[in-house]
Write a protein that binds this ligand. Structure first.
Ligand code: AMP
Length: 209
């Protein structure tokens, strides 16, 4: 099955761009972080296993991530856009072994801009809808447009967890760039612009196969 993947520091816009790309290609969108949060919210056995790890801002073990991917890929999907996967070399190898990886988009963003973006992020504590106070604010302050729930800052977006997640990114995920350059799959996209600018760049690179 064909697939695309995104890598980039927290706040680089992977989620937003992955949704746009999956709609554009009519592919299934798989966001690993959202799936873990769903499992935590519903207190599934997997949710119980990963809750503390995620709250500390650490990476979940590869075997658990593979299980999550396996359980969620729909067999009749036209293709998949992975968001938040791979994050380790073992995950990158898994992706190459199990899917026809077309391209990996590296969303290249400075840490300063990433922190600014993350500090504006909010999530609905009831339904999980994501907001950004700058680019996608709710109609009413602190209230979810969809369900009226309260908007909160994710625990793992708080300063301590964020520094841990940045450190994890540099340590574990950055080497993926080299890995995918070697496989001739990496596309570097400057991610400082608007959502539309970045998506336009991405589409140009899709066409240049
Ligand atoms: P995200 O919303 O993508 O930042 O993911 C939230 C958290 O879920 C991360 O900080 C990790 O704890 C966990 N997570 C998400 N994707 C992965 C992955 N590919 N490998 C390991 N842990 C992950």
């Amino acid at each position: 099955m064909n697939c695309y993947a995104f890598i980039g520091i927290q706040g680089s816009g992977k989620g937003t761009q992955a949704v746009l790309l999956s709609e554009y290609l009519n592919y299934q969108h798989i966001n690993i972080g959202d799936l873990f949060r769903y499992n935590i919210k519903n207190n599934t056995p997997m949710g119980q296993t990963v809750k503390a790890i995620i709250q500390r801002g650490e990476l979940v073990p590869d075997a658990t991530v593979f299980e999550l991917v396996r359980l969620n890929v729909s067999s009749d999907a036209l293709g998949i856009v992975f968001d938040g996967f791979p994050r380790t070399i073992a995950q990158a190898e898994y992706l190459l072994d199990h899917y026809q990886l077309q391209k990996v988009f590296y969303l290249d963003l400075s840490e300063t801009t990433a922190i600014q973006r993350i500090s504006a992020r909010r999530v609905c504590q009831s339904c999980g809808e994501n907001y950004n106070l700058n680019s996608q604010p709710p109609h009413t302050k602190d209230i979810c447009d969809k369900c009226g729930g309260l908007l909160i800052i994710r625990n793992d977006d708080k300063p301590d967890a964020i520094s841990k997640r940045f450190a994890e990114f540099y340590e574990q995920t950055s080497p993926l760039k080299e890995f995918f350059i070697k496989h001739n799959l990496l596309v570097n996209i400057k991610a400082e612009g608007t959502v539309q600018d970045i998506f336009d760049l991405l589409k140009v690179n899709l066409a240049s196969r």
